[in-house]
Design a protein around this ligand. Sequence first.
Ligand code: 5GP
Ligand code: MN
Length: 339
Amino acid sequence: MIEIEKASEIKRLVEKSDRFAILVHRNPDGDAVGSSLALAHFLRGMGKIADVIVPNAFPDFLKWLPASDSVVNFEQKKEEAVELLNKADIIFCLDFNALSRIGEIADIVSPLSTPRILVDHHLYPEDGFVVALSNTAACSTAELVYNLVDYLGDGALPSRYIAECLYTGIMTDTGNFAYASNRKEIYIVVARLIEAGIDKDLIYRRVFYNYSIDRLRLFGYVMNHKLSYYPQSNATLITLTYNEMRRFNAIKGDTEGLVNMPLQIKGVRFSCFLREEQPGKINVSLRSVDDFPCNSVAADFFSGGGHKNASGGEVQGTMEEAVERFNRAIEKYADELVK
Ligand code: 5GP
Ligand code: MN
């Protein structure tokens, strides 16, 4: 899963360094927060200083993760984050493939001469890292971090904290082992994490059974009123405006999983979710099944990218403009959608 020469180079760099900053992508998910906290716990266990910096807030259902309160949110604590980045001997970049994915932090990090190490599972990692542990076959960055800390720790069982963080990353990025999860090695890692003391069923409940009544009502509203079905194209579209989000008191993470639901409809191969993050800015989430490449759609129509079956992007414009792009997308990809 990880190349030994690269892991050994990381070991050399880690051993001679004292301070680490760990960065993840904007709108951090379970894999971003889980894998970065796991690495921070591991480095702290080696007596190092390690700080996790996120570009913006992460969902409440990840707040139980061990030491999640030590995470520095750049949007809220810019000065502290900049200071930590300036002081770091090494900057770890986890769960993203290009600096454009970390928003404004890119402007701080780009000019720094601090060595950057990438650990990631997205396609097409950009240059600029002293070591890039990049493997698109990995189910999650957490799986790669497991392999890395296993190597750095000479095969020792990880602490329960590390194991809880890593399991959260693996579980969320595979939709609780529903996609990107056919490799047997994943289950060998999971077995080790259970050996390390995690309660996987409890972690499931902490992450997936941790919503408000508002969130369930929001899902009900969306399924009833905001889901468009295009049977000729095997595609679906969900739109949600800023005002609708406010009406249901939606908080960060409340729309997580929404884009996957229409894939439950028999025959649907492509699901698109357009969420008005703020007036004039539409966040785009795309999901597909089988070989339909929603990352190509993201790149062609939504200035984005991602994995073949899970990708995203954005539209700077109105919801109408975003819907128009979706319509053009299903037209352009008609052949691939109906096969
Ligand atoms: P989500 O829909 O959960 O926000 O994103 C799903 C996946 O799409 C992410 O794991 C990431 O790989 C990719 N993705 C989301 N937004 C963007 C974007 O703006 N640019 C690129 N290149 N990929 C994105
Ligand atoms: Mn990931």
